[in-house]
Every structure is written in C-alpha cells, then in structure tokens.
Write a protein that binds this ligand. Structure first.
Ligand code: B12
Ligand code: SF4
Length: 475
C-alpha cells in the first residue's frame, strides 16, 4: 500500500506577508503521529507544503490530508486532485471537525476529533475493504500511543524538529479557542503516561525541545513527575503555560526551570478585564500580570506574550497601551492576534447571533484580518492597529528599551539577540532557509536560550554570574 500524507500550505504562503521562518519552525507532528499506526511494509511519504513543493504527479492508494481553517481551500484542491486519480482520500484535523459538511464532498472518509482512536480503526476497515465515510473520536486515550515517525520528517527544513506534545486539549474553556469544538463530546484534556513521555524525550537528539501542548501545566501531578524525570537530561526547552499556573504553582515553575525551561508562551490576551470576561478567559481575571512576569524573569525564563485584539472591551487605544506595557515589562517577544471566530467556537455562535460576522472566507481566518464587526472600533481600525502593534513592539527603540529593563548585561544581551533575531533578521532567515542551512542555526538558538552561552560542558555548566537561572545540572 502506498500512502501519501500532506500538510497543505495556507493561502498566505503564496502572499507578500508570508514569513518562511514561521512555517519552518515545526514539522507536521500530527501526521507523523498518524504515520506510526501504518502497518509494517507500507510505503509512506510525508510532505509539508510550507517547506517544499508538493509532488502531485504520483499515484498513491491512500491520501491523508490535515486541514486547518486557513489552509482549507488548498486542502480541498489537493483532495479533489487525488480523488480524480482514484486514490482514497482521508481528511481530518481541526477544520474538518468543525465543518464536516463542507469537507465531506472532497473526501472518501472524514475524521472528527483527534486521530489516535479513529485512524487505526479506519486502517483496519480499509484493509478489509470496508472503509466508512466518517469516523468520530469518542474514546480519548493515549496509553498505547506509538512514537511519531520522525524518520519521515525532513529535519534539515525545520529550525525546531524536536517539537512534541505530551497532552491533548486543555482544562479551560475560553470562548475563542478551538479546543471545545475539537474535543467536544469526549475528554477535553488528557495526558500521556509519564514514562512514555520521558521515553520520547530521551530519544530526541540535541538539547532543545519545544512542547506544543496547549497548556503544558494543565495536570500538576503529571507535569511535576515529568519535570522530575527531565532533571539531569541537560535539556533546554520552551512551552506554553497560563498566568494562573505561574502565580499559583510556584514549585512547579521552579521545577520547570530546574529541568531547562528557557522561554514560556503565556496567553495574557488583554489587559482589559471586560475583554477577558467577554471571551470567558476567567482564569486570567484579577491576576497580577506584572507579578507573573517578575516570577518568570526571576527564574531566568524569557516570555513570549500572546495578545488578542478586538474583544468587546477594546477601544482604539488598546494597541498602544498593550505595546507600552509589554515594553515596560521587558517582555522578550510578543505574538499579536486579531480575535478570530473560528467555526465551532462559542465566540462564533454569539457573534453570529448578533449578526457581526463579516465574512466566511476562510482564507482570511488567519488572525491577521478583521472578519467580524468589533464593538468599539471599525474593522479597519482593528487591522491597522494590529499591524502598528507589531511594528512598534519590534522597533529597535522598543527592543532596546525592553532589554534595558533587564537586571544585568547577559540577560539584556540575550533579550536583544532573541528578539532581534526573531523579527529583525527576516532576509537572513530567508537566505538560510533557501540554502538549506537551517539546521546550522540550532546551536545558535540553544546558545541564546541558554543566556548567550554557546559552549556547555553538560553537568559541569555554571550559570554566568548575575543570571538567575536553573540549577547547573539542568543546563
Ligand atoms: C504548532 C502549531 C502551529 C505551527 C505549525 C503547525 C504544523 N507544522 O503542524 C505554526 C506556528 C506554523 C502555526 C501556524 C498557524 N496556526 Co497553528 N497551531 C499549532 C498548535 C499549537 C499545535 C499543532 C500540533 O502540532 N498539535 C499536536 C498534534 C499531535 O495534533 P494535531 O496536529 O492536531 O493532529 C492530530 C489531530 O488533529 C488529528 N488529525 C489531523 N489531521 C488529520 C488527518 C486525518 C486523516 C486524521 C485521521 C486525523 C487527523 O490527528 C492528529 C493526532 O491526534 C495548534 C494547537 C493545537 N494544540 O493543536 C495550533 C492551531 C492548529 N493553529 C491554528 C491557527 C489558526 C494557526 C494560524 C492560522 C494562525 C496564526 N496566525 O499563526 C497559522 C496558520 C496555520 C496553517 N498552516 O494554516 C489553530 C487552528 C484553528 C482551526 N480552526 O483550524 C490552532 C488549533 C490553534 C488555535 N489558535 O486555536 N500553528
Ligand atoms: S487556556 Fe489556552 S488552550 Fe486553554 S481553552 Fe483557553 S485559549 Fe484554549
């Protein structure tokens, strides 16, 4: 059996605002996970259109396509192409789960929800010659999860090939998030077994890891055991957590830093309490954001702050106010989004009820476009404010100002290097990607994360004076 697995590129990939480095960060982990269930002897190829040109002249028996909202159009194009050639086409992923009626005409089989249960069930049916048109994941269990087929990933095309997930979903229920629509009708949050997670980590080469879990700290018992197991593995890692965890789980945070946490994505979303309440982000309400930042910085952990613009409490001054605060706080990087009512979310249901959805063109659902009518500004103000926020936050003036908030030279330099490299070296990144030398940049990334220290001697490594940081054994 010949199987072709495809992550189609989003429309932006062919546009002027495309940033190749953003799409050369992580490999298609979901597809690599599904590939691990294929029977021995299967001929399988995995292609990610963000980093390579698709070869569409082949004749696979089975085609597996992962569909995100902003790549749906392209995914359907590819699906139609292979169906016309007689392949059995399977579509799955977040967008298929939330818009099954739209996806079904382009597929022989669609999959709703995570694939760990439905995909092996389909494979059995397919091999018996009785594949069904739809599979829905009700049981959610990762106890038999095989290791992803990383051998199918072209590692040289990614800056961070060591991405992994040790849980699925999230215990919270923010109204704009994909989570409730994707995991609806079953367990909304569950984890791997600690031993299995540690086995996967131990098998990853190099030092750097990136946990793509929505909320790595969602199950404190699980994650504490994971961090204990990671101590002494000499890892440097990044991941995502909530303000609530940072403020209420100090021990967990210290353990995270002790086993190599270097930078955390934190969903601050907004400084405006009315806005937080309007999207049911209740676990952020009333929290002292400044204190959360002090704690992370105190442990030597850099922050990638997530902000969303366009919520109901937002006025036109929200962009400048957010950026000014982020710079004052010395946040290293920030990711701004325009609030986007993805299909299947509670946010979309309420905006639809109020007649505020402006377009259903999924190409524009990329968090860069205003696809709904904001309450206290115009869509044009929302889009231009979003771009201004990026421009201002990543101006050299503000990068420097934020770096100067750091208590010592080394962490100031780390801030400059990390922030500058991410947004100010675009042409250089493009060149590096074109020449296929992305892998060579990994030691540089590790060095910057590690406080501008490029050469480490494993357990003997001592933190530079003045850098508060993890225990030496974990560096
Ligand atoms: C890493 C990531 C990225 C990375 C790269 C993704 C990649 N190379 O795969 C980058 C940074 C490039 C990125 C970009 C964007 N992302 Co993104 N991203 C993620 C993130 C955090 C993790 C994805 C992941 O690896 N999950 C782990 C693996 C194991 O799970 P999985 O990929 O979902 O695969 C499982 C199932 O979906 C299913 N499955 C998937 N496909 C198929 C196919 C078949 C046949 C079957 C049976 C099953 C199946 O089985 C897999 C195993 O269970 C998710 C959030 C999340 N937790 O999913 C958001 C998420 C996917 N991103 C999202 C969005 C909106 C975007 C952007 C549009 C936004 C932006 N401005 O950045 C862009 C564009 C994406 C695009 N290409 O169209 C949304 C998608 C919403 C939607 N309704 O589609 C998500 C859900 C987050 C959110 N904001 O709500 N993203
Ligand atoms: S905390 Fe994050 S992942 Fe969890 S529901 Fe809210 S937005 Fe989604």
């Amino acid at each position: 059996m010949k199987v072709k697995m495809i992550l189609p590129a989003l429309v932006e990939a062919r546009g002027l605002s495309f940033r190749p480095i953003k799409y050369s960060l992580f490999p298609p982990l979901g597809l690599a996970t599904l590939a691990a269930y294929l029977p021995p002897g299967t001929q399988v190829e995995l292609q990610d259109e963000h980093v390579e040109k698709l070869r569409l002249g082949d004749e696979p028996d089975l085609v597996v396509i992962q569909v995100y909202v902003s790549s749906a159009r392209r995914a359907y194009e590819i699906a139609d192409h292979y169906r016309a050639k007689g392949a059995h086409v399977c579509l799955g992923g977040v967008h298929v789960t939330t818009c099954p009626g739209e996806a079904a005409p382009h597929a022989d089989t669609i999959f709703l929800g995570p694939g760990e249960e439905t995909w092996p069930a389909f494979l059995e049916d397919y091999q018996r010659g009785e594949p069904k048109p739809l599979y829905w994941s009700g049981k959610r269990d990762l106890s038999c999860l095989p290791l992803p087929r990383r051998d199918l990933i072209r590692k040289e095309r990614y800056l961070v090939p060591n991405s992994l997930v040790v849980s699925r979903g999230c215990p919270h229920h923010c109204s704009f998030c994909y989570k409730d629509s994707f995991f609806g009708g079953g367990r909304p949050y569950y984890t791997l077994q600690v031993d299995r997670a540690l086995r996967e980590i131990a098998g990853l080469p190099g030092r750097h890891l990136y946990f793509l879990d929505d909320h790595l700290f969602g199950n404190p018992r699980f994650v504490e055991a994971l961090f204990d197991g990671m101590r002494g593995m000499s890892r440097l890692w990044q991941g995502a957590g909530t303000v609530q965890t940072i403020l209420t789980q100090p021990r967990l945070l210290e353990k995270a830093a002790a086993c190599g946490l270097k930078s955390l994505f934190v969903g601050f979303e907004t400084l405006n309490a009315e806005s937080l309440a309007s999207v049911s982000k209740t676990h952020n309400l009333g929290r002292d954001y400044n204190e959360a930042i002090r704690r992370l910085h105190g442990l030597g952990v850099m922050i990638n702050a997530g902000f969303v613009f366009g919520m109901d409490g937002d006025e036109p001054d929200v962009f400048d106010a957010t950026v000014d605060w982020a710079v004052e706080q010395g946040l290293e990087t920030a990711t701004f989004h325009i609030l986007t009512p993805y299909p299947g979310t509670a946010l979309r249901a309420s905006l639809e009820k109020e007649g505020r959805i402006l377009t259903n063109d999924w190409d524009l659902y990329d968090t860069r476009h205003a696809v709904f009518q904001p309450r206290r500004m115009s869509p044009v103000q929302l889009e231009s404010g979003y771009w201004r926020a990026y421009e201002r936050f990543y101006s050299w003036d503000n990068i420097l100002k934020a770096a100067l908030t750091k208590p010592d030279l080394a962490s100031g330099l780390r801030h400059l290097a990390y922030s500058g490299a991410w947004k100010k070296m675009e042409p250089l990144w493009n060149l590096i990607i074109k020449t296929g030398a992305l892998g060579l940049m990994r030691p540089a990334l590790e060095g910057v994360l590690n406080g501008m220290k490029w050469v480490s001697t494993g357990k003997e490594f001592k933190p530079l004076p003045g850098i508060p940081g993890p225990a030496a054994e974990a560096m």
